[in-house]
Design a protein around this ligand. Structure first.
Ligand code: ZN
Length: 246
């Protein structure tokens, strides 16, 4: 990134009255969490050539619950990951009264681990899991340590992660909260997402504020709409922003 871009970003952030951050998988890759949609060489063999979009669908969860959890534990539960520079800086900006909300497509809970408070998790969280029969709640560790399909220790029911699977709708209260936050924002920073994953791009049309900033390694659908576009890793960029304290 160029110093000029960075200077412009500093100016926008430090003058923001109500900043909202909208983030995707790229925010977590710097914490070592792979995008589960990326397919590696060993992948095909291990999961019978079934694409991830199929494995983490609602119907596959119902029909092939054991195979679903094999993939889920392997690819989606990364419980040793720690917040990176992006998570920490966003939490600092909230603490300083600049940032009002984070809207994320990630399910890893790293924003909360960094002590961000107002976080809308569009796709749910691996840290919430519930028994489909009696509703008892379980943490992610319980899922990881269970053999094959995790079952409730109270009633034996199958436990489902509170993660939005393909074919499932988003939680309406979460969507409403995210939209309201974006509508009120004067600055929207979109980071670590190419905006290709449904329904990410749709949220941008609720933004009527002054400054749209996009920080992503690759090109995105919304680059032409943005006032400032930085093609770099989100953590690398944000760690160069100094947060003022009164
Ligand atoms: Zn139960």
């Amino acid at each position: 990134m160029q110093e000029q871009e960075l200077q412009k970003l500093r100016e926008i952030i430090l003058n923001a009255k109500n900043l909202v951050f909208f983030g995707g998988a790229g925010v977590s890759t710097e914490s070592g969490i792979p995008d589960f949609r990326s397919v590696d060489g060993l992948y095909s063999q291990k999961y019978d050539n079934i694409p991830p979009e199929v494995i983490i669908s609602h119907s596959y969860f119902v029909k092939h619950t054991d195979k679903f959890f094999k993939f889920y534990k392997d690819k989606m539960l990364c419980l040793d990951a720690k917040p990176n520079a992006a998570h920490l800086k966003l939490a600092e900006l909230e603490e300083a009264g600049i940032l009002s909300a984070i809207v994320t497509q990630n399910i890893d809970g790293l924003h909360q681990m960094a002590e961000s408070r107002n976080v809308f998790e569009l796709h749910g969280s691996v840290h919430r899991n519930y028994c489909q029969k009696c509703g008892k709640l379980f943490d992610a560790r319980y899922i990881l340590e269970s053999e094959s399909v995790p079952k409730c220790d109270k009633c034996g029911g199958i436990i489902k992660p509170d993660v939005v699977l393909y074919e499932e709708g988003l939680d309406s209260a979460t969507v409403e909260g995210a939209i309201k936050a974006i509508q009120k924002a004067d600055v929207l920073i979109v980071g670590g997402t190419s905006l290709n994953v449904y329904p990410a791009a749709g949220f941008l049309r609720y933004f009527h504020g002054k400054h749209l900033v996009i920080i992503n390694r690759d090109e995105t659908q919304a680059d032409s709409m943005a006032e400032l576009c930085i093609r770099d890793k989100i953590g690398e960029v944000l760690k160069q922003i100094e947060v003022p304290y009164e």
